[in-house]
Ligand binder design. Structure first.
Ligand code: MSP
Length: 511
């Protein structure tokens, strides 16, 4: 397999002091769709996710519950893993920062950068926001509170190891300027460029005030700063530094780190400068998506409005949720979750447009041909228009997927669904069926429809794997034999195939 047929993508690793909600599900889901799409396009994919388990925040949360931090982590990790299974997430690995393999990687990174002379011991005094695990200068604070979350900060003075981040300011600026796609979307890139132009300070990368973390090599009084620790997951999951399975060599540099907009700076300044110092190539792209509010409000425990994905999946089905989250909001912008919007999407796009297309078409084939596909006759103009539109649109969807424009890709696929529904209305099979001389034409119309449905099933599979497989089975094909890069041309359905009359794919939801 050539290098360009490999793809490595990551989700952030999730804190274990919180249980998974719709925001976490969103990042992971977007990555899953991309991973499935790339596999369908013939790529060997490494899709990494996991949990961020160290730090004062987790230590505090554990103590409050009378648990050790590891007990807390073990318990919460299961919730994440169970949710990913339920959401049909196809991750390659699940890294926990409490694992020995990860500790090895973090300590190796630390040693490598230290050996280069870019880590030194000093003293730290600044304002610390524990919930955000972030230090702020006096001028950053808003009325003495954290500028990100608004909560109170504590003044901390401690001996600390520092990373010479300031040394890399120019190099980072030059990299971002020379690689316009490195940070996406563009607005985020501008945000980071202006941050860098203001100058970089050296970064405190160890703590002595708590112990739940990875010790600094040869100075166990210090634990390594949780972000230095967490960001290294992107290479520890690949087997850095020993690389016994060869994955680091094979998949690094990463094709895309998908993150939320709140953790942009860590991924586009801290992480790349650590890598520059360690002499490791930089990731190719960091894509920051927006945040979900709920019924117009910020999601928060105190408002008791946290949307719990398990409950949504039980109520509406996993594919409906997968579809909704990626269709509703342009990837990169903020969005609002509301039950009415969800129900509207399910009823109009899934039950009406897609569901009806499949049930109408298979019902007609069953009625007119006892479910058997016939050999299509010569293509008429409207047949050619339909075929051309499908072939062209597959290319459009490909470009949109490459740009992580999931909502646009779904819109493009739904243009095909609507074109196929319109083809039924325009060719009026029920009229053709009344005339024996039109038997071949009727067979051609039915063939074209089912071929259109086959291509739609290929395109929706990364978004809705169960639905895609269900449609294939209805069409008498084994879903395993359908792969986008090999089967995206028109006319592959075999005449003589028996097609099932489909039960509704998505029942309408009564409000
Ligand atoms: N542990 C760090 C990431 C370390 S990566 C080396 C972290 N964890 S988190 O659990 O707080 O957040 C993980 C992801 O969930 C982030 O990308 C964040 O943007 C995303 N979301 C959390 N709440 C969200 C919404 N309400 N909406 C969309 N995404 C949100 O940060």
């Amino acid at each position: 397999m050539s290098d360009d047929k490999r793809f490595y993508l990551t989700t952030p690793i999730y804190y274990v002091n919180d249980v998974p909600h719709i925001g976490h599900a969103y990042t992971t889901l977007a990555c899953d769709v991309m991973a499935r799409y790339k596999r369908a396009r013939g790529y060997e994919v490494f899709f990494a996710t996991g949990t961020d388990e160290h730090g004062q925040k987790v230590e505090k949360a554990a103590h409050a519950k009378g648990e050790t931090p590891l007990e807390l982590a073990d318990r919460v990790v299961k919730r994440f893993q169970a949710l990913w299974e339920k959401l049909n997430i196809s991750n390659t690995d699940f890294i926990r920062t409490s694992q020995e393999r990860h500790k090895q990687a973090v300590q190796k990174m630390f040693r490598t950068i230290e050996a280069k002379g870019d880590i030194y011991l000093g003293e730290y005094e600044d304002w610390y926001c524990t919930p955000c695990e972030t230090f702020w200068t006096e001028t950053n604070l808003l009325d003495g509170n954290c500028p990100d979350c608004g909560r109170p900060t504590d003044k901390l003075k401690e001996e600390s190891y520092f990373f010479r981040m300031s040394k890399y300011q120019e190099q980072m600026l030059a990299h971002i300027e020379a690689n316009p796609d490195f940070i996406q979307p563009k607005t985020r890139r501008n945000e980071i460029l202006s941050f860098l132009r203001e100058g970089l300070r050296d970064l405190s990368i160890s703590r002595t005030t708590f112990s739940w973390g990875i010790p600094v090599p040869d100075n166990e009084k210090h634990v390594i700063y949780v972000w230095f620790d967490a960001l290294t997951n992107y290479i520890s999951t690949l087997g850095y530094p020993n690389d016994s399975d060869g994955n680091f060599n094979k998949f690094w540099p990463c094709d895309v780190h998908v993150i939320g907009k709140d953790i942009l700076r860590f991924h586009t300044v801290y992480w790349p400068t650590f890598l520059l110092a360690a002499g490791i190539p930089l990731p190719k792209k960091v894509f920051a998506h927006g945040w979900w509010t709920v019924e117009g409000q910020k999601m928060s425990k105190s408002l008791a409005n946290v949307v719990e994905p398990n409950m949504l999946i039980d109520k509406y089905g996993v594919d409906a949720i997968r579809y909704f989250l990626l269709r509703e909001v342009p990837f990169g912008l903020d969005g609002d979750f509301s039950h009415s919007a969800l129900v509207h999407r399910i009823n109009s796009d899934l039950a009406n447009d897609l569901g009806n297309l499949v049930s109408r078409s298979t019902a007609m084939l069953s009625k007119y041909f006892k479910g058997e596909l016939t050999t299509p006759g010569e293509a008429t103009d409207i047949d050619k228009v339909l075929q051309d539109k499908f072939i062209r649109q597959i290319g459009v969807v490909d470009e949109q997927m490459e740009a992580l424009a999931f909502n646009k890709a779904l819109q493009s696929i739904w243009e095909l669904v609507r074109a196929a529904n319109k083809y039924i209305d325009d060719s009026a099979p029920w009229t053709l069926a009344k005339d024996d001389n039109q038997r071949e034409r009727l067979g051609t119309v039915m063939y074209n429809l089912l071929e259109a449905i086959r291509l739609i099933s290929l395109l929706v599979t990364p978004f809705m794997p169960e639905t895609g497989a269900k449609i294939c089975t209805i069409l008498g094909i084994d879903p395993k034999d359908q792969q986008l890069d090999k089967h995206d041309t028109w006319g592959l359905l075999q005449p003589g195939t028996m097609v099932e009359k489909a039960a509704p794919l998505f029942p309408r939801i009564e409000t």
